[in-house]
Design a protein around this ligand. Sequence first.
Ligand SMILES: Nc1ncnc2c1ncn2[C@@H]1O[C@H](COP(=O)(O)OP(=O)(O)OP(=O)(O)O)[C@@H](O)[C@H]1O
Length: 323
Amino acid sequence: MKVTEKMSQRDTLNSHHSEVLLEVNRLTKMYGKVQALKDVSFSVKNGSSYGLLGPNGAGKSTTMKILTGVIKANKGSAKLLGKDVSKDQAIVSKYIGYVPQEITLYEQLSAYDNLIFFGQMYGMQGNALKKRVEEVLIQTGLADRGKDAIKTFSGGMKRRINIGAALLHRPKLLILDEPTVGIDPQSRNHIFDMIRDLNRQGTTIIYSTHYMEEVEVLCDEIAIIDEGSVKAQGPLGALLEEFGKKAIYLEVANMDIPPELSEDIKVVKEGSGWILETEKVAETMKVLLNLAAANHWEVKQLEIVRPSLENVFLRVTGTALRD
Ligand SMILES: Nc1ncnc2c1ncn2[C@@H]1O[C@H](COP(=O)(O)OP(=O)(O)OP(=O)(O)O)[C@@H](O)[C@H]1O
């Protein structure tokens, strides 16, 4: 099927979680005269996997830095378990693991020693820390490279250790800022598996990206961010339903002009067939089947085009999301 797109298989996953873990309310952030965020609000349920989708410069990193107390908002609040993150660094350190966009590791030290160092920053020590570092090395898939210096690692391997560092204290909420940018496919897959496993085991995830396919496979809810504000948010399935384009793809061998249909159906040429955009998909399908039988069409393809996140993005931001 050429024009179709896979729907999220994760819509139903974790749907039993309803308690709100993080409540973000009208965050506004100025960098001098640059307005990076305007009234950004969203809420993240305990146990969910929440995606922040937007192009470069949309404000994703700024949002994440405010959530983790790295910078302060000019207005608005972010509350974790009801506590304001800007006023309670203790709750942030205890419950949040943050993987910033920039990799921060000591190149000369081994992966193991880097993790020990980060664990000590979280107040961990002794055998408990050593044991935890070994567990995390296994989780990152790099246990056999633990003794090697970070400078001998690929970018993707460094990123995995960086994620590992944020996991040592078993955070309730893991925040990852575009963790797959510029990374080899093997590490990317490993990172996806790690995130899925953590989420299955109950860790809440906030994941930012400018790749639609990443939120489609990883996230059950998303916020689309553009130019510092949230343009749409909700469960992936609900957004596809609300903003996705509904259409039928028709290709007929012995016909070079589209059939005459009701005026509210928009017809667009696509490959050797047509896309028929309509809200009334089932009804139009019936009409087409009748026309096909009555007029002896040699139908090569007749199928419902499922709404894609790309349509949704285009519809809510007015622009396509390009890399
Ligand atoms: N320290 C800063 N000083 C001035 N402007 C900044 C600073 N940090 C970010 N900005 C601006 O704020 C806006 C939002 O940036 P932000 O980094 O949050 O976006 P992003 O969605 O994370 O994109 P990227 O993927 O490029 O990091 C952009 O216009 C950016 O240029």
